[in-house]
Design a protein around this ligand. Structure first.
Ligand SMILES: [Zn+2]
Length: 507
């Protein structure tokens, strides 16, 4: 007799339904798994055998053949242990219903207890879409699974709990109140606040615009100018996550295995500082069994590259595609996976190798050649993808001393950002985007129309500064955000003039 148990396999941050078919053949005792499994799935053989025996059940005498179908989908991870065990127990005549609307996900310990697995949210989401009504998961993943509405979730501590569920003691269904988790999205205390940053009005305004429209920004300034501190303050003026964004982000953290059992929903917009010594795989995503990298963990939030110019050229160039597409594709010989990566790129750098070019107190010691070589590390095509490039001068001691009044606190700035974001959300409610930075070429034509005077100005600037088509469009999107911050329905020449200021010739 062939039995089967329904389960699922992750594909990026999505998943598809898999059937674990089990057959026992009269032959020497053995267990084999077919259907494109990776090494972690193959190791299931030993875990399942021990778990079944140690849970007090008998293991079939004969050759156990497990087929994970369909065979053309690559299976990785440890969530196949439980469905394989369930299939085997059914073969042994244990009373578990033959019901194709029930699915099983989980890793087994040798003693039969169930271990937390990665990717539960996308796995359960995929199962629900495939028409599954009930899913059994490790107890530690139950809250995360219950984020998916419209499917019954049972969290089990042990393999025997599931058998008992059908015969003796039913497991309590896991329910969660998403609204109560969403309350955690509201702004709380932030470690860094703009009220602690003296002066730097121009940089602060640029960061406000960046936050309002989700634009990429690069700050160039001497050590001590406060550019790193201001980047960190950015987290305090970003809008709270919408439910849709929170769920999307949670899927990424779920697949990365970074969710905590007691906090199943990611409620804080990510701010991911990345060091230039981090591995390319760690930044972009990858590995033999691909995992999301920093650019995906920063989805819907900020990817902060301090000392951006020190990053390996190879890493910076690879960033270009995700910045453009909002997702990253990781290709392997036999398969590829896709992860979302709509992040706000925030970079900080020194203006020259010694750091003091343009400083009013310290002398720059670099040669013209050294400065040119240094700046050339950021390629033109990469700079074309950064909407705002600003100089952040270091304040002189006298200037710092002369500032008496308190700086504007972050919550005041956030109010303006939120207002501008609301305007965008309303305008793009049928476009499937949230911010101006996400506008595609068609949408730019529709939403960033210019009057005659503005159009003439932009054309003249395009010729004078030899603007690429990409930069041209980015200036339009930026002008759109500046208009939104001012509550103007139309972009006027003033907005456009401001937008044109946020470019510094780096090369
Ligand atoms: Zn220098």
């Amino acid at each position: 007799m062939v039995t089967k148990a329904i389960t699922a396999a992750t594909l990026g941050i999505n998943s598809c339904k898999i059937e674990a078919e089990v057959d026992v053949i009269n032959s020497l005792p053995n267990i084999s798994i077919v259907g494109l499994p990776d090494s972690a799935v193959n190791e299931a053989r030993e875990r399942v055998r021990a778990a079944i025996k140690n849970s007090g059940f008998t293991f079939p005498l004969g050759r156990v053949v497990v087929n994970l179908a369909p065979a053309d989908i690559r299976k990785e991870g440890t969530n196949f242990d439980l469905p394989i065990a369930i299939g085997i127990l059914k073969e042994e005549g244990i009373s578990i219903p033959d019901d194709d609307s029930i699915a099983y996900l989980g890793e087994l310990s040798l003693d039969g207890s169930l271990r937390k697995i990665a990717g539960v949210l996308p796995l359960v989401g995929g199962l629900k879409n495939a028409g599954i009504k009930t899913v059994f998961v490790p107890a530690q993943n139950a809250k995360e699974a219950a984020l998916v509405q419209g499917i019954d979730v049972y969290g089990a501590e042990h393999l025997s709990d599931i058998v008992n569920h059908f015969t003796e003691v039913p497991i309590t269904k896991t329910r969660i109140d998403i609204d109560s988790y969403m309350k955690d999205c509201e702004p709380k205390d932030f470690a860094y606040d703009f009220k602690d940053v003296k002066g730097q009005q121009k940089a602060k305004k640029a960061l406000e615009i960046a936050a309002a429209g989700g634009h990429n920004i690069l700050m160039s300034g001497s050590p001590g100018s406060g550019k790193t501190l201001m980047a960190k303050c950015l987290a305090s003026i970003l809008p709270p996550l919408e439910l849709e964004e929170a769920l999307e982000l949670t899927k990424i953290y779920s697949v990365a295995g970074m969710l905590r059992a007691d906090e199943p929903l990611v409620t804080i917009r990510p701010f991911r500082p990345v060091h230039h010594t981090a591995s390319p795989n760690g930044i972009i995503g990858g590995g033999a069994n691909p995992k999301p990298g920093e650019i995906s963990l920063a989805h819907r939030g900020v990817l902060f590259l301090d000392e951006m110019i020190e990053f390996p050229r190879q890493v910076l160039e690879v960033l270009r595609q995700p910045i453009e597409d909002g997702e990253v594709v990781i290709s392997r010989t036999k398969f590829s996976v896709k992860y979302p990566a709509k992040f706000m790129l925030v970079g900080a750098m020194n203006p020259c190798p010694c750091g003091f070019l343009g400083d009013r107190e310290k002398q720059c010691t670099c040669t013209e050649y050294q400065i040119q070589k240094y700046r050339a590390r950021l390629s033109g095509p990469l700079l074309d993808r950064i909407d705002l490039i600003i100089n952040v001068p270091r304040l002189t001691t006298d200037e710092l001393m002369s500032i008496k009044e308190d700086a504007e606190p972050s919550d005041k700035i956030r109010e303006r950002v939120l207002k501008a974001r609301k305007i965008q959300a309303l305008r793009y409610k049928n476009e499937g985007i949230f911010t101006n930075s996400e506008l595609n070429n068609r949408q730019i034509k529709k939403y960033c129309a210019l009057d005659k005077a503005s159009s003439d100005l932009l054309q003249a600037a395009a010729v004078k500064y030899q603007l690429s088509g990409r930069r041209f469009n980015r200036i339009l999107k930026l002008a759109r955000t500046i208009a939104d911050l001012e509550g103007n329905e139309n972009i006027n020449i003033n907005h456009l003039t401001q937008a044109l200021q946020y470019r510094v010739d780096m090369n």
